[in-house]
Write a protein that binds this ligand. Structure first.
Ligand code: DGY
Length: 324
């Protein structure tokens, strides 16, 4: 545990948020962080926040009713993330704690990653890299590593918020036709055409999931939806684990009912079992939840989260409260 000068006590759940050293803090703030590499469990987090005025957390930290009960001085929980499904918002409201997040600043990095997954999955880039690493690059065979085109294909974006719209802008550069589906209708931006979910799934060659995790989106994509996308289709998700039924996805890939998929998010994170079948399905690209993991983006996220902390501790409204 490292601490600096006394003052408002700001607890960070992780060591090493990029750019933290450059962020202006309230006068005399005391920063408390776990040691490098540590990832506090629920009990350790409760202990850390006992005297905290502010708590800065990331997606894996569960901020539940027990935590709020253990932190009588807490005024603000600032997520270094846009998604807030790991925070019990009702308990926060009961305890009078403001919850903030980091919308917008990670949209481009996450959209870049979604496009990375699309290219990796559809053009079979992981399989091709693996072959080279094994020294198995054989004689030219016109049938080797045949994928499917990304250029000029139809992309369906499920969840047309800031990240979905950033995915659409990239798709326009690939000459793709873009469809979008959102729970609340979005104004026409001249890039994506709104469509009902089933129609979007049926018409799309590539589907990108960009919805938050809510009771309505949990299990949104199961066997029926995968069959609508079909055997020449690719599904990628940079949303949240639990939106896709992973067993149904594996079944569709193994049986050729879906061409390929790419996941940056999983029902269980971290996914540590090296024998997990998700990690060994050749047509499935897996990444360890790195959508926002660029230096510039994480630096912006840190600055935004700490700005919210400073404003709330100064008695002013948070610039980025989570939506009600
Ligand atoms: C987010 O910001 O919600 C990303 O998933 C990173 O956790």
């Amino acid at each position: 545990m490292s601490t600096t000068a006394p003052g408002p006590r700001i607890v960070l759940s992780r060591y090493g948020y990029p750019g933290l050293e450059d962020v202006p803090l309230p006068a005399g703030a005391e920063l408390v962080t776990p040691p490098a590499g540590a990832s506090p469990d629920a009990a350790e987090l409760r202990e850390l926040v006992a005297d905290a005025d502010a708590l800065v957390v990331s997606t894996p930290d569960q901020v539940d009713a027990d935590l709020f009960a253990a932190a009588p001085r807490l005024k603000v929980v600032a997520l270094v993330a846009v998604g807030f499904d790991n925070v019990d918002l009702e308990a926060a409201a009961r305890h009078g704690v403001t919850v903030t997040h980091t919308p917008g600043v990670l949209a481009d990095a996450t959209a870049d990653l979604a496009f990375g997954l699309i290219l990796m999955a559809r053009r079979r880039l992981v399989e091709a890299t693996d072959i080279m690493r094994r020294g198995e690059w054989g004689a030219f065979d016109p049938r080797s590593f045949l994928g499917l085109d990304v250029a000029n294909a139809t992309l369906g974006i499920v969840g047309y918020g800031r990240i979905g719209a950033a995915v659409a802008r990239r798709a326009a550069g690939f000459g793709m036709t873009v469809l979008q589906h959102s729970r609340s209708p979005r104004p026409d931006d001249g890039i994506a055409t709104a469509a009902p979910l089933d129609e979007l799934l049926e018409r799309s060659d590539v589907v990108s999931l960009n919805v938050p995790r809510t009771p309505q989106t949990t299990g949104l994509i199961g066997a029926r939806e995968l069959d609508l996308i079909g055997p020449r289709g690719t599904l990628v998700s940079t949303a949240r684990g639990g939106v896709v039924d992973e067993a149904a996805l594996l079944d569709a890939l193994r049986n050729g009912r879906l061409h390929s998929a790419g996941l940056d998010v999983f029902a269980t994170e971290p996914l540590r079992d090296p024998h997990d079948p998700l990690l060994h399905e050749p047509r499935l690209v897996c990444l360890p939840h790195i959508g926002s993991a660029s230096i510039e983006t994480r630096t912006r996220m840190t600055a935004m989260a700490l700005r919210n902390v400073c404003e709330v501790l100064a008695g002013r409204p948070a610039p980025n409260p989570v939506p009600a």
